[in-house]
Design a binder for this molecule. Structure first.
Ligand SMILES: NC(=O)C1=CN([C@@H]2O[C@H](COP(=O)(O)OP(=O)(O)OC[C@H]3O[C@@H](n4cnc5c(N)ncnc54)[C@H](OP(=O)(O)O)[C@@H]3O)[C@@H](O)[C@H]2O)C=CC1
Ligand SMILES: O=C(O)C1=N[C@H](C(=O)O)C[C@H](O)C1
Length: 266
């Protein structure tokens, strides 16, 4: 340990005031973007410097000096946004869904020549949802049957949800690690779609319903018993503590981080 005068903070302001992290928001007029703008404005250590929506000039975030960009846009545009930010040495916190292994590998490749840039991609910033994924992973090996039901507001563009897809992959991996065979619940005669989508061998069912926000159940079954894990986001405010944590931490986590688990010490 060294003693004496601490090294100067490269972000410290000349007037001695604590510096604030300049943040840009992509998808700023959307359901999530609106909430992020409010949360950033309310945080004393963050400064909203750019709001970009469809049709706006993406260069605004670079021109405004954003050090961190938060992206809640759409699966079909998010890759271009990340590419732009990485190229301009801007850290990214990405909540937009639609990431498969191939997309994640592409982002990791873009980051290779940029050793100081961090990108966090998390399908869900809700603490309860992250814990549900962890609990499902833990329980997976004890139950031969597992299915997932995700329930969302009717304006959601993608199905199944990014959270459900990641939960299915995590559960499937835990089952494989434990040597479990695929769930034994095949149906010989089903209308197409009735048994949900197959994500890594796990059936995922998507409900869209006016009145809902974001909800997920993981159902597990063994002889004579079931376990149901459920999480409910009743308000998009539920995602904000996780988003702000990622904004504050991403600069200290270069490279690609998938999921917020490691930021929570999980
Ligand atoms: N990780 C998490 O915790 C969460 C993730 N999500 C995910 O976030 C994403 C957004 O969800 P939500 O806010 O409900 O969706 P919205 O449709 O309400 O918001 C998306 C916004 O992005 C805008 N947009 C479209 N293209 C661009 C672009 N090229 N540049 C900048 N902005 C653009 C849209 O504009 P326009 O409407 O004009 O097209 C819209 O304002 C989804 O993928 C969703 O699944 C949602 C909740 C939590
Ligand atoms: O679109 C949404 O609303 C949500 N999207 C994310 C997902 O697809 O998992 C997270 C949350 O479920 C809300």
């Amino acid at each position: 340990m060294t003693t004496g005068t601490p090294a100067p903070d490269p972000q410290a302001r000349a007037d001695g005031e604590p510096s604030r992290i300049p943040v840009g928001v992509l998808g700023a007029r959307g359901r999530m973007g609106t909430e992020v703008v409010k949360a950033v404005n309310a945080a004393e250590d963050l400064e909203l410097v750019a709001m970009v929506d469809e049709g706006d000039w993406l260069f605004n975030v670079a021109d405004a000096g954003a050090q961190v960009v938060v992206d809640f846009t759409r699966p079909d545009v998010v890759m271009d946004n990340i590419r732009f930010c990485v190229d301009h040495d801007i850290h990214c916190v990405v909540g937009t869904t639609g990431f498969d292994e191939q997309r994640l590998a592409t982002v990791a490749e873009w980051l290779e020549p940029k050793p100081s840039v961090g990108v966090v991609i998390a399908p869900n910033f809700g603490i309860g949802a992250i814990l549900l994924m962890r609990f499902a992973q833990e329980a997976a090996r004890f139950f031969p049957s597992t299915e997932i039901v995700e329930l969302h507001h009717p304006n959601k563009v993608d199905a199944p949800s990014g959270t459900a897809a990641r939960t299915a992959r995590l559960v499937a991996a835990a089952r494989r690690d434990a040597g479990l065979p695929p769930p034994p619940d095949a149906t010989t005669d089903a209308l197409p779609g009735a048994r949900g989508a197959d994500v890594d061998g796990i059936a995922v069912h998507a409900v869209r319903l006016t009145g809902l926000v974001a909800h997920q159940e993981v159902l597990m079954g063994a002889a004579g018993e079931t376990l149901t894990l459920r999480h409910d986001s009743y308000d998009r405010a539920s995602f904000m503590p996780g988003v702000l944590l990622a904004v504050r931490e991403v600069g200290r986590r270069p490279g690609l981080t998938v999921g917020l688990e490691s930021f929570l010490g999980l």
